[in-house]
Every structure is written in C-alpha cells, then in structure tokens.
Design a protein around this ligand. Sequence first.
Ligand SMILES: NC(=O)C1=CN([C@@H]2O[C@H](COP(=O)(O)OP(=O)(O)OC[C@H]3O[C@@H](n4cnc5c(N)ncnc54)[C@H](O)[C@@H]3O)[C@@H](O)[C@H]2O)C=CC1
Ligand SMILES: O=C(O)CCC(=O)C(=O)O
Length: 308
Amino acid sequence: MSRPVVVVSDPLPEATLAELRPHCELRLVDGRDRADLLASVADAVALIVRSGTQVDHEVLAQAPALKIVARAGVGLDNVDVTYARSAGVTVVNAPDSNTVSVAEFTVGLVIASLRHICAAAQHVSEGEWRRSAFMGGELAGRTLGILGLGRVGRQVARRLTAFEMHVIAYDPHVSAAEAAEVGAELVTFDTLLTTSDVLTIHLPKSPATTGLLGESELARVKPSLCLVNTARGGIVDENALAAALKDGRIACAALDVFAEEPPRASPLLHLPNVLATPHLGAGTDSAQLRAGRSAVHSVLRVLETAGV
Ligand SMILES: NC(=O)C1=CN([C@@H]2O[C@H](COP(=O)(O)OP(=O)(O)OC[C@H]3O[C@@H](n4cnc5c(N)ncnc54)[C@H](O)[C@@H]3O)[C@@H](O)[C@H]2O)C=CC1
Ligand SMILES: O=C(O)CCC(=O)C(=O)O
C-alpha cells in the first residue's frame, strides 16, 4: 500500500522531520517555488508550512486529497483558512510555541533602538569611536504601548515592567483585570497612540488589522516615538511610516516583518532610523522545535483518525 504523502514546504528542525518519516512519504519542497509546490501537493494528505509558503486558493484547489494544513508557528495570514475549511481541510497552528522567543526578541529591539546598539556596533566595526553620536535613552520611566495584549503582548508586558516602564495596552478582547495581571493598564486606541514613547505591535494580520496604523494614526503619535513591529508587515502602512520617519514625525522604528518578505522594494529599507531584521522573532532552536513538533503531532493525529 502506498504511504500518505506529507509535504513540508518551509524549513523544520530535522528532529521533527524524523518523527514524521516512519509514517509517511515525506516530501520537502521550497514553498516559495510555486511550480514545485503546486506539483507536490497534488497527491498530498498533509501540508506543513511556516511563513514562507502562501497556502492560497490555488494551492488548496490543487490538492484534492489534502486533510490538514499545519502551521509550524502562529500567524495564519498566509493560509486561506476560510476556503480550506469549506473544502473540509483542517487548519491548525502552534499557538504557544514561539511566544517567549518573540517577546524576548521584542525586548531586544526596544533596548537596541533606544540605545542605538546596532548603529554603534557598525560604527566601531568601521574603525570609528564617536561616543557622543550615540546618546540614548533609558527605558525606565518611559511609557510602553502594547497594541494587542495576547500571548506575546502579555509576555512583553511582564518583561518590560521589570525594566520599570509604564505599560499601557489596547486590546478590545482583553479585560482590565487581565491586563493588570501582567502589569499593564488598558487604555483607548487614541490614548495608546498619543501617550506611548515606545509602541509595540502584537496582533494578527487580517483584513481588519491591515493598515490599522496608517497616515492619520501615525500623525497622532509623539515625534519621539519608537515603533516596534514583530507582528506582521502591512499592519502599519509602510509608505506612511517611511514618510513620518523621514520627516522626523516619528523618531525610529524597529521592524522584524514587512508587507513583502524579503522586502525588496520597501520604502523603509536603508533609512538611518530603521532597525530591520529578517523575520527573526521566532528564530530560536527552542521555538522552532516546539512549533515543528506541534505541527507534526497535529498531522499524525489527523492521519491516524483518517486511517491513512
Ligand atoms: N516575528 C515573528 O517571528 C512572529 C510573529 N508573530 C505574530 O504575532 C502575532 C501575535 O501573536 P500572539 O500574541 O501569539 O497572538 P494572540 O492571538 O495570542 O494575540 C493577539 C491579540 O491581538 C488582539 N487583537 C486582535 N485584533 C486587535 C485590534 N484590532 N486591536 C487590538 N488588539 C487586537 C487579540 O484580541 C489578541 O489578544 C501573530 O498573529 C503573528 O502574526 C507570532 C509569532 C512569531
Ligand atoms: O515561521 C516562522 O519562523 C515565523 C514565525 C511567525 O511569524 C509566526 O509564528 O507567526
């Protein structure tokens, strides 16, 4: 009897692939290569992805035997979940797998931004030593605004209250009591915009959140604002943000995510007050192992239930 085909189209740790191998024909492909992806899913029962693969209508329509799409991570914005479910395909993610890694990375970006660590390191590597060029600011006493107080937002709040920041948050699905548990004060969206010294974004990308921070929202922030985005590109309008950074209406931004990745044409690239990283929030061994294992276990459960 032929073994069920499982396609893995983004890198996963070898230890997680080893758990799958005995149970299936494992097909490793590059999800960014559309032709290869479309050909590979034609007889697949399961597809495991991270953020590099677009699981859209075309991919799903090409995979009539598909039973599950497992996201080895959190964001499902690269999966057409509505169409998948209407076609009887289970869609799962790995909600807690990378929370701590993203929160720690966010803290790193906040400190690096306020203390100009990356620019200063570059400066020294070029043989320079102008200490006065990198005067920074303390976190202590500054107001941290968190947009989206879910798993990552709460872990960021816990960590940055320890740095003596005053933490405020906007999240319509969270109560004041839940926010208080992690040291955050719930405020309105407008208060978040107008009073944050550092504003960090931790919500999913969806039609409702795309462009949530556009020209008019960015016009209301403090000119000294440091904006941090480890959630998804496109939640902030890149053209509006680039214009504000160029005009000094926003002091700086630290961005791990872009509307298009890699961000070949982003107006935010090469600005001196932008610290850009290549979608590294979940880039730790532990997070990748947890996310990969979670996706693999979901696939194995579905294969077992379906008896394939
Ligand atoms: N850079 C990276 O490597 C990673 C990025 N992410 C991104 O971070 C996002 C957040 O992750 P989690 O905290 O685990 O998700 P979560 O689902 O636990 O929390 C998201 C929170 O956003 C809130 N929210 C939704 N719409 C909102 C709105 N319009 N205004 C304010 N709050 C709103 C929700 O109520 C929820 O509390 C993910 O969806 C993903 O896109 C996640 C993991 C890794
Ligand atoms: O797959 C990755 O490493 C990116 C993680 C991510 O963005 C997510 O889990 O939402």
